[in-house]
Design a protein. Structure first.
Length: 354
């Protein structure tokens, strides 16, 4: 590993650094000299940082992290290196290094960050998913935080749209959180990337998530908040995006809905009101593809659920498709691993498939 990247890894592991100090050290031409003589830089390095550097604890931690990385397919990308996200590199406190599983999008790709409540409503989840699907189909990279609720739906929508998505974690990449999204994380890795600024085995501590949110906000030219309570991490992401001069967009909701308090407040304070993918695309300056007629199996899939098996008779009533044609379509969907046939002529929609 080249010396500069190793120095950046050490910088990421130095304890107790304030954002301003880390930003100033990033610009230092010879980080190795700073680390070799930490007491000469007391204005930037607090007591704990200087002690850890003098004792060799930081270098030891960096060596151990590299040894662990070599046993994985995870890559380390340093600030200023080719491939490091250009917009993220410009924020006030960019991560010195990124741990990356998968393939990051190219520098010329337009991205959008989509965030929102973990306790999202059914309508909010559906809107986030559809919005991400359409935007990804137009080549927009969807960035979110892999959380339950809106974040997860944004990632799934991007995958359904055949596009790329980036999940920014508040834990190390060997500790995917939430664990229930591990299968989704694997799909994201194949169609984009999982990213963290934390060492491999970092647990999802509460204090990590505000830092994760600044990466989400800094990654893209615009951030969309789909649903958010009056106090939420999604609003933190929106505030950081605004501070970094990025476009902030929000989906309006009913005034009485708790999950719309935050988004309605954002719109009141000047955020761009968006109703769907078309409004977001307009703000990003991209064109959405012309809609096409739904594939034959799509109305049938809409009549199925993942958690409640449905009989053939009930499916016929819901879809309005004649039984012979219905059986033919179900057979095709089974082959595509989108539908599972259960004993008793029952059918259920499959969860996310590999």
């Amino acid at each position: 590993m080249e010396a500069r990247r190793f120095d950046l890894l050490m910088l990421a592991l130095v304890p107790g650094l304030q954002p301003r100090a880390r930003s100033l050290l990033l610009a230092a031409p010879r980080l190795d000299e700073v680390f070799a003589h930490p007491d000469d830089h007391a204005e930037l390095l607090p007591d704990a940082a200087r002690a850890a550097l003098r004792s060799g604890a930081v270098k030891k931690a960096a060596d151990e992290e590299l040894a662990a990385l070599r046993r994985t397919t995870i890559q380390l990308l340093g600030w200023g290196e080719y491939g490091y996200p250009e917009l993220l590199a410009r924020i006030y406190d960019p991560p010195p290094v990124l741990w990356v599983r998968g393939t990051l999008p190219g520098g010329d790709d337009v991205g959008v960050s989509i965030v929102g409540s973990r306790q999202a409503t059914v309508a909010g989840r559906a809107l986030a998913r559809a919005m991400a699907r359409e935007l990804a189909g137009a080549g927009v990279v969807v960035v979110s935080g892999l959380a339950l609720g809106i974040d997860g739906e944004a990632h799934v929508g991007a995958l359904e749209g055949g596009g790329r998505t980036v999940a920014v974690l508040g834990s190390g990449l060997a500790e995917v959180y939430p664990a229930s999204h591990a299968p989704l994380a694997e799909r994201i890795e194949r169609a984009g990337a999982l990213v963290s600024e934390f060492p491999l085995h970092t647990r999802p501590f509460k204090g990590n998530f505000p830092r994760r949110n600044r990466v989400i906000a800094g990654w893209s030219p615009g951030t969309v908040v789909v649903e958010a309570a009056a106090r939420s991490g999604a609003l933190v992401t929106a505030r950081i995006a605004l501070e970094e001069g990025r476009e902030v967009m929000a989906v309006p909701g009913h005034p009485g809905s708790a999950t719309s308090e935050g988004t309605n407040a954002l719109i009141r304070d000047g955020a761009v009101l968006v109703r769907g993918a078309a409004d977001v695309a307009e703000q990003l300056g991209v064109s959405l593809p012309v809609p096409v007629a739904p594939a034959p199996g799509e109305p049938l899939l809409a009549a199925l659920r993942q958690d409640a098996p449905v009989s053939l008779d009930e499916l016929q009533k819901r879809s309005g498709v004649p039984v012979p044609e219905l059986l033919q379509r179900l057979g095709q969907l089974e082959l595509e691993r989108k539908v599972q046939r259960l004993p008793g002529a029952l059918f259920v929609r499959r969860a996310w498939e590999s």
